[in-house]
Every structure is written in structure tokens, then in C-alpha cells.
Design a protein. Structure first.
Length: 491
């Protein structure tokens, strides 16, 4: 049996303009220029005056521009094609609607190009060394296969049998395991030392064997690496002294010798282009105790709606007779004008949202930005900023997770200024970053021969008024990538 009933639902749908704004908000500064160029290519009604020549041809509709005042530009209602108002799209070319700073200034640094050094890649360097070795065609192909199988850190982690199969199927080269191992020795003789090792032990051993093997310290370092690496990595120095027959002084020298080795030889020759390029979205400068926030000028391009397109529409719209083709032309031009206006508005809204969010963060963490002292950082969550600027938490999150600010003491992701609150014995709320800074200072100043255990660190914090559990101390230590006390021990 069918029943009819009324049901009320509250649905929230985003308009195309809102979707466009959200997408633009997430675009980093380094990619914004590309996104704008794509829009300029796609929409002829959108213009960037900075890309236009000074001797721009005069529009055949320029005379119409003088009579713009007869149109009502204050109407905010949606209009049909016949009621279309060109005034809504006009901008004063002499004024810049994009304020990039709360203390308006131009960021000349953004306009400077950074030269990039041309250098060979890690794999190209190995290939060049292979080219200099007199080899048979088969051995040369095997050598190329080994080099191509290396990881970015310089290790060969692929099984020999897998490379043999690859050579057989892809290059029709039949070789035995002994042939590959012989070529592996050749590659391992290349620079940097330790390259093409199959594990850490072999990597360190290869580097030590490039040194003076008649040196007693090097000899004992090789013995430790090849037979007692586990005890070495766990810093069981007492066991090493007994196993290898070392005095305390000799052990110090051997440990120092091993620590000078490179556990990731491939990293030393990596090309700089693999590094992520970060262009800060904001700059904060300290002017005698007054912080000045500036938005990167690349976030505020001087876009405008094409005057020739507006004149074209006005001309079509005023035509006394409108046939089907003319109406289609009018509709097309209006669509492009609307799209251009929406994009400009989205860019403006993006800029205003970025500035409002960063300005609120800056004022919350004013003492920190003045001093760079993490102990001055206040606890703050996304909701605090969202409430302050009257925006949704998701909007603040998009800004905090994708934007960077450059200060006088470094460049930081905005989300690094958010932290949990911890209550002291006095009932005062402090940031967990303050606690982490104290932990870092304690560990940095500890006696490395007797490093502080987590229990001792917990006691130190309690003495300073921070009532924190040992497991929380351990969690903060791990977040800062600091090993346990036993692994921080030095001779």
C-alpha cells in the first residue's frame, strides 16, 4: 500500500562561484600563476593588463564608454539578457582593488628570478663512470640494469634474480647470477663510496674499505661493522669493548670513524630540483616592535573584464533587431563576461580570506612572531580563528594546511602555529609547543654520557609546574624525532 507524506529536508548546495573560490583557495602561490594563465586562455573576456602592450588598438565601440552613467549600476538583482547592465563589469583602471598588505607595500622580492644551477643527476653521474670502464656489450647492459635498479638513497634492494629476469625478458640478454655479482662489484667501486650496497652493513663496509685498511682503527671499525653492527646501533658499548678487545679511548676513535660514514650515499649527489620549492604566501616583518603583515603580491594579479567584450555586448544589446544568431552571440558574450567577473571576484575573495586568516593568527601569536621563542606561543585551535574572523572551520583549515608565511626567523606552514593546550599547576593554559621546547632544551643540555630517561624528563617538567604523564613526554619526544635515552648515549 502506497502512502503519501510530506518531508522537510535542509540541504546545503554550493554555487558554481563558491566551488570556484574553494578550489582557488587551496591553490598554492607557486601554482596560482599557472591557474590564472589557464583562465586567461580559456576566457577572452578576462584580461591581465600587465600582459598587454602599451599601444593597444582603440575599440570601435569606445564612444559608447562615455555614456555609461545612464545605466543603473546599483541593482543587485539578477537580470535577463535584455536587462543586462554593463556597469556591473566596469573597473577603474587607475585603482588597485587588491590590497596586499595591512600596511600596503609591494613585495619586490617576488619578482626576482632565482637562477638554477645545472648539474647532472645521481644516476647520470654513475652512467658517466660506467662509460669510462672497458666492458663487453653484455657487461655494459648489466651495469646499466644495476644502476637503473638503485634506489634514490643509492642502495640496491632488488633481488639479483629479478634483474636477471628483467634482462632476459626486456633485453633478451641471458646472464648468470655470478655475472651480475661481478658487475655489481664494478659499480660498487664508483663514487660516492658505499654506492650499490644491498644493506647498511655492506654500505658502511664498502666505505671503510676505501680507507687505509692498515690503520688499526679502520681495521677494528670494519670488524665492528661486519660482525657487531647490531650492538653498535644499540649503543651497547660495554659489549663492544669486550668482543673486539678495545680500550675506552680506542672505542671512542672507532665510533667516531664509523659515524663519519654516509649511511645514504645516494643522497649526496641528488639534484636540487627534487626538493620542493616553497614560495611563502605571506611575509611578516618586525618594524621596531610593530608587526607588518604582507600578502605575496603574486596572490593579487591585476585582472579586469575586457572592455572590448563589454563594448561588443553593449553594441549587440542595443541593436534594433535581434535575430536568432544575434541572440546567441549576446548570450555567449554575456556568459564569458559573467565567468570573467566570477573569477575576478573569487581571486579577490581568496586574497581577503588569506589576509583575514593570517592576520588573526599573527595577533594570536604576536609575542611569538616578535621573539621567535616557542615558549611564547599560545595554544590555539582552528575554531578560535574561525570564530574570530567569522568563517567556517573548513575554510580556515584549507588555508592553514596549504599556506606558508615567511618571517625573520624562517618560513613556516600555518598549521604549525596551532597547538593543544596544557594546564599548569596554577591553572594557566599553555601551548604544548612550550612543553616541547623545554624538553628539547633539557635533552640538548643533558650529559650525553648519562642521557635523561623519560621518567627523569617527566620529573623535571613537574618541578616546573607542568603536570604531564610519562607517556605524554614519550609522545612529544617521538614527535620531535628524538630517540630514547639509550640511543642518545655518547662516549
Amino acid at each position: 500500500m502506497l502512502k503519501q507524506h510530506l518531508q522537510q529536508k535542509l540541504l546545503q548546495k554550493l554555487s558554481p562561484q563558491q566551488i570556484q573560490f574553494i578550489k582557488l583557495l587551496q591553490v598554492p602561490t607557486v601554482a596560482l600563476d599557472t591557474r590564472i594563465k589557464e583562465e586567461l586562455e580559456d576566457n577572452p573576456a578576462l584580461e591581465d593588463p600587465s600582459l598587454m602592450t602599451a599601444e593597444e588598438p582603440k575599440s570601435e565601440y569606445d564612444d559608447l564608454n562615455e555614456d555609461r552613467n545612464e545605466y543603473d549600476s546599483d541593482s543587485g538583482e539578477e537580470t535577463s539578457v535584455d536587462e543586462f547592465n554593463v556597469e556591473d563589469y566596469l573597473q577603474d583602471d587607475n585603482t588597485n582593488d587588491y590590497s596586499t598588505s595591512y600596511n600596503n607595500g609591494d613585495d619586490d622580492e617576488d619578482k626576482k628570478e632565482t637562477p638554477i644551477a645545472i648539474e647532472s643527476t645521481f644516476f647520470e653521474s654513475l652512467q658517466e663512470q660506467l662509460d669510462l670502464v672497458p666492458l663487453s656489450d653484455t657487461d655494459f647492459i648489466v651495469g646499466k640494469q644495476i644502476i637503473g635498479s638503485l634506489d634514490d638513497d643509492g642502495y640496491l634492494r632488488r633481488p639479483i634474480t629479478s634483474m636477471i629476469d628483467d634482462l632476459a625478458f626486456s633485453q633478451n640478454v641471458m646472464v648468470e647470477e655470478e655475472d651480475v655479482l661481478e658487475m655489481l662489484k664494478v659499480i660498487q667501486s664508483f663514487d660516492p663510496p658505499g654506492i650499490a650496497a644491498r644493506d647498511l652493513q655492506e654500505c658502511l663496509s664498502l666505505q671503510l674499505k676505501r680507507k687505509d685498511v692498515n690503520n688499526p682503527i679502520v681495521k677494528k671499525a670494519i670488524a665492528i661493522v661486519e660482525h657487531h653492527l647490531d650492538e653498535f646501533t644499540r649503543k651497547h658499548y660495554d659489549k663492544l669493548e669486550k668482543s673486539v678487545g678495545l680500550s675506552s679511548e680506542e672505542l671512542k676513535e672507532v665510533v667516531a670513524e664509523i659515524l663519519r660514514l654516509n649511511p645514504k650515499p645516494g643522497d649526496s649527489n641528488q639534484v636540487t630540483t627534487k626538493q620542493l620549492q616553497i614560495i611563502p604566501d605571506f611575509h611578516i616583518s618586525n618594524n621596531d616592535g610593530i608587526l607588518i603583515l604582507t600578502l605575496n603580491s603574486k596572490n593579487a594579479p591585476e585582472l579586469r573584464v575586457s572592455r572590448s567584450y563589454m563594448d561588443m555586448f553593449d553594441h549587440y544589446d542595443k541593436a534594433s533587431q535581434k535575430d536568432k544568431k544575434l541572440k546567441e552571440a549576446v548570450q555567449f558574450v554575456k556568459q564569458k563576461l559573467d565567468s570573467a567577473k566570477w573569477f575576478i571576484d573569487a581571486i579577490k575573495q581568496r586574497q581577503q580570506t588569506l589576509l583575514k586568516t593570517m592576520n588573526a593568527i599573527m595577533h594570536y601569536q604576536y609575542e611569538y612572531f616578535l621573539t621567535a621563542d616557542e615558549r611564547k606561543m599560545r595554544p590555539i585551535i582552528l575554531k578560535d580563528i574561525a570564530d574570530k574572523i567569522g568563517m567556517d572551520i573548513s575554510t580556515v583549515s584549507r588555508v592553514a594546511n596549504s599556506k606558508y608565511v615567511q618571517t625573520e626567523f624562517g618560513t613556516f606552514l600555518l598549521k604549525s602555529f596551532f597547538s593543544e593546550a596544557i594546564q599548569t599547576e596554577n591553572g594557566e593554559e599553555v601551548s604544548n609547543k612550550e612543553v616541547k621546547k623545554i624538553l628539547e632544551d633539557c635533552i640538548g643540555n643533558e650529559d650525553k654520557r648519562r642521557p635523561l630517561a623519560d621518567e627523569k624528563l617527566t620529573e623535571i617538567l613537574k618541578d616546573r609546574g607542568y603536570n604531564i604523564a610519562r607517556r605524554t613526554v614519550a609522545k612529544y619526544r617521538e614527535q620531535m624525532n628524538i630517540p630514547v635515552a639509550r640511543l642518545r648515549k655518547e662516549l
